[in-house]
Ligand binder design. Structure first.
Ligand code: ATP
Ligand code: MG
Length: 149
């Protein structure tokens, strides 16, 4: 689908923000030269909703969650970052395993399926995903997706 990516991201953030009861600010930093791109909006929606939802869920209320969209070697780079609880280093290698939850989630609810789904979607897209995180500092997820010509 040809998609106005900036409008797509704006609308997605508005709808996620609407259902967030914790008063986070979700900031979009859109740095692509053009807005009109050939992308699979369905896969992209799954990926971004899951990642932004995690960023909100695992960070304190009223903190900032960022979505950066930029160009990287002809691919689109999405970067979702939060200042939340972070992920223990020794547990970072099993994040894409279904039903996996990290030891520091406390009472925050979840099924452990979101990232497994995201990984499937990124693979279907022939993209890449990378997660960097420090406990008590925050988490940064980078997704690279090719643009269809
Ligand atoms: P759900 O199926 O509802 O998404 P979930 O959020 O627990 O449940 P995943 O999204 O797959 O499942 O995430 C797996 C685990 O990775 C989480 O339980 C949490 O421990 C950790 N995690 C994921 N994203 C973050 C984040 N942004 N900050 C801190 N921990 C995270
Ligand atoms: Mg999740």
């Amino acid at each position: 689908t040809t998609l106005n990516l900036k409008v797509f991201c704006d609308e997605l953030i508005t709808s996620i923000q609407f259902s967030d009861d914790q008063n986070h600010s979700i900031v979009l930093n859109y740095q692509l030269p053009d807005d009109s791109l050939e992308m699979d909006d369905n896969l992209l929606r799954h990926i971004l909703i899951n990642l932004i939802s995690n960023a909100l869920k695992y960070s304190p209320s009223a903190s900032e969650v960022r979505l950066e969209v930029s160009d990287f070697n002809g691919m689109v780079r999405f970067r979702i970052s939060d200042r939340g609880i972070g992920i223990p280093e020794s547990e970072q290698n099993r994040l894409f395993t279904a039903f996996n939850r990290c030891s520091n989630v406390g009472k925050i609810p979840g099924t452990g399926l979101g990232l497994a789904i995201v990984k499937r979607c990124v693979d279907l897209y022939k993209g890449e995903i990378q997660i960097e995180s420090k406990v008590g500092i925050g988490t940064k997820v980078t997704v690279l997706l090719p643009i269809q010509q």
